[in-house]
Design a protein around this ligand. Structure first.
Ligand code: ZN
Length: 317
């Protein structure tokens, strides 16, 4: 007779055997390191570091993975042990996956002209772990990126392959009381960088950060200024006028605290910064880009008030 612990040990031995195996066959970067890709990356990131320009330019270190990417057409015949491992985990019931973290290590700068090669191994498979999401195994893959034959950097990716925790426990069955906490909106994550914003909300003030150095406004709240890097800031109170810069109407998936369909807008405040919030006072299908809106504060529940934006045209919902 096989106990559950014995079954798990047997299962883990099978998974552990994947450690050290090639996750995929070795690859060559599609293009050598080159100035146009560096320029596009820097433009997209807003990174104006002079080290990435000119005759002695290096590539931004965080581009490491970009040089290994195949683009839409993919690399032919790159299937490796990784797919087999995932299939095994699927078969054992760990059908869900979430990427948990990524580490990068830079050993040598990459320069235009460097030819890239890379390989990836399954570095480790953890014993069975139970997390808030469910029970499963963490799988770490390591990709080594080389310029010529020299190791330039290493990327580690970790995923959790897991069996989702049972949902709705206590909600089904005769007489099962609904779990009230499931019907509350998610709580904001308040930390030292954004606490002032949430204090403002409790006083019905929508506060925008302003850099003390260059006076650039920023939202959402951040520890430093994107324009000048300055770390000193104060705040300005938003006047409350805005327009819908963009929006989506949520239909699916349903979340217990929300009643679909509802509109989520990216609101451009008169001050110039944008905030994601609900658009209220109008049927979701009447929300339009450019629609004028005005700030108000909505009590979501006993502990939570939120800034929302009321449509100033389009009629009542
Ligand atoms: Zn600044």
């Amino acid at each position: 007779m096989v106990t559950q612990a014995g079954q798990e040990a047997l299962e883990y031995a099978g998974l552990k055997a994947f450690e050290g195996r090639a996750a995929a066959t070795t690859g060559e970067g599609r293009d050598p390191v080159n100035a146009p890709m560096i320029r596009h990356w820097c433009e997209a990131m807003g990174d104006t570091n002079p080290a990435y320009e000119g005759p002695d330019a290096i590539a931004p270190p965080t581009m490491l993975q970009a040089w290994t990417m195949a683009g839409l057409s993919g690399y032919a015949g790159r299937a490796g042990a990784y797919d087999d491992l995932l299939a095994l985990l699927d078969g054992a019931g760990y059908t869900s996956v979430v990427a948990t973290d990524c580490e990068q290590e830079y050993l040598r700068p990459l320069r235009p002209g460097d030819a890239i090669s890379f390989d990836a191994v399954i570095e480790s498979v953890s014993p069975l772990k139970t997390t808030k999401l469910g029970t499963g195994h963490f799988v770490t893959t390591r990709m080594d990126v080389r310029a010529g034959r020299e190791l330039a950097g290493t990327l580690r990716f970790r995923i959790l392959k897991y069996a989702p925790a049972a949902r709705g426990a206590g909600r089904s069955g005769a007489g099962g009381a609904p779990d009230a906490s499931k019907k509350l909106r998610p709580r904001p994550v308040v930390n030292r960088d954004n606490a002032g914003f949430w204090e403002g909300v409790t006083e019905h003030r929508l506060l925008i950060q302003r850099c003390r150095g260059c006076e650039t406004l920023r939202f959402p709240w951040l520890p430093g200024c994107n324009a000048c890097g300055g770390r000193q800031w104060d705040t300005v109170r938003a006047g409350g006028e805005g327009t819908v810069f963009s929006y989506v109407v949520m239909h699916h998936p349903p979340f217990p605290a929300f009643d679909p369909p509802y509109a989520v807008g990216l609101i451009e405040l008169a001050e110039g910064v944008r905030i994601v919030s609900n658009v209220v006072g109008v049927a979701p299908d009447k929300v339009r880009i450019g629609m004028p809106v005005r700030l108000e504060f909505m009590r979501a529940d006993a502990e939570l008030e939120l800034p929302v934006f009321r449509a100033l045209e389009g009629g009542e919902a």
